[in-house]
Design a protein. Structure first.
Length: 209
C-alpha cells in the first residue's frame, strides 16, 4: 500500500482547518463560486471579425456587431449595429439576418412612413423642449423650429444607423432605424420597423418593439 506524502497530508489538514474557520455563509459562497466556475475563461472566444453572408463584413466591438448597411435610400455608409446576447455572445442569428434582409432593400419605400411618424412625434413633443431655461429664441429657431413642410424634419436629423435587436427564436422581424436629432441630443429618436412596416417612434435607449 502506497504511503501518502507528508506534503499531501499537510495540505489536506490545512483545507480541513480552513473549512472549520469559515462561517456558514462564506462556505456556501465558496461552494457556489466553484460550482459555477465563475472565473473560468470561455473555451471558444468570439472572433473579432466576420464576413456574414447577409450582413456583410462585421467587427465585434465588445457589445454588438458593427458594420455598414446596404440601404442607399438612407445615404452612403449607413452604420449597422447587430445586437448579441451579452451573457453568451455569438454571431448574428438566422432570425436577425431575415429581419435585416426584409427591410434593407425596402428602405426607399419605407421612407415616407418613417418621415410621417417622426413628424407626428416631433409635433407632439416640440413644446416640451422649447420650455427649457436655456432655450432662447435663436436656439429654438435652430433646434426646435416649426416645420414648414414634412420634409423639413430631415434637416433636424443626423445620418441614420440601422439597429438589429437580438432575436434567436421565431417572432416578429424587427429592425430599428436610429437618428440623432437637434431637439433631444441625449436620447435621439428610433423608428421601429416591425414585419416590414414602420410602426412607432421612440428613443434610442428603448429596446421594446
Amino acid at each position: 500500500m502506497a504511503k501518502r506524502s507528508k506534503s499531501s497530508a499537510t495540505g489536506k489538514a490545512q483545507k480541513r482547518k480552513l473549512a472549520r474557520d469559515m462561517t456558514p455563509g462564506e462556505f456556501m459562497e465558496l461552494a457556489f463560486m466553484r460550482s459555477r466556475a465563475w472565473n473560468q475563461p470561455s473555451a471558444e472566444p468570439l472572433q473579432k471579425r466576420s464576413i456574414d453572408p447577409v450582413l456583410g463584413p462585421l467587427r465585434w466591438d465588445g457589445s454588438f456587431w458593427a458594420g455598414s448597411a446596404k440601404a442607399p435610400a438612407l445615404g452612403t455608409k449607413v452604420a449597422l449595429r447587430v445586437a448579441a446576447d451579452l451573457d453568451d455572445p455569438e454571431e448574428p442569428t438566422e432570425h436577425q439576418r431575415a429581419a435585416y434582409a426584409a427591410v434593407a432593400p425596402r428602405v426607399a419605400t419605407l421612407r415616407p412612413q418613417v418621415e410621417k411618424l417622426i413628424v407626428s412625434h416631433y409635433n407632439a413633443v416640440k413644446e416640451n423642449y422649447r420650455d427649457g431655461v436655456l432655450m432662447t429664441p435663436a436656439r429654438i429657431a435652430r433646434q426646435v423650429p416649426d416645420l414648414k413642410k414634412p420634409a423639413d424634419i430631415w434637416r433636424l436629423l443626423s445620418k441614420p444607423a440601422i439597429h438589429v435587436p437580438y432575436a434567436k427564436r421565431k417572432g416578429p422581424k424587427l429592425v430599428m432605424i436610429d437618428f440623432d436629432c437637434t431637439w433631444d441630443d441625449e436620447h435621439g429618436v428610433r423608428v421601429v420597423i416591425r414585419d416590414g412596416r414602420a410602426t412607432r417612434v421612440t428613443t434610442q435607449d428603448d429596446e421594446h418593439a
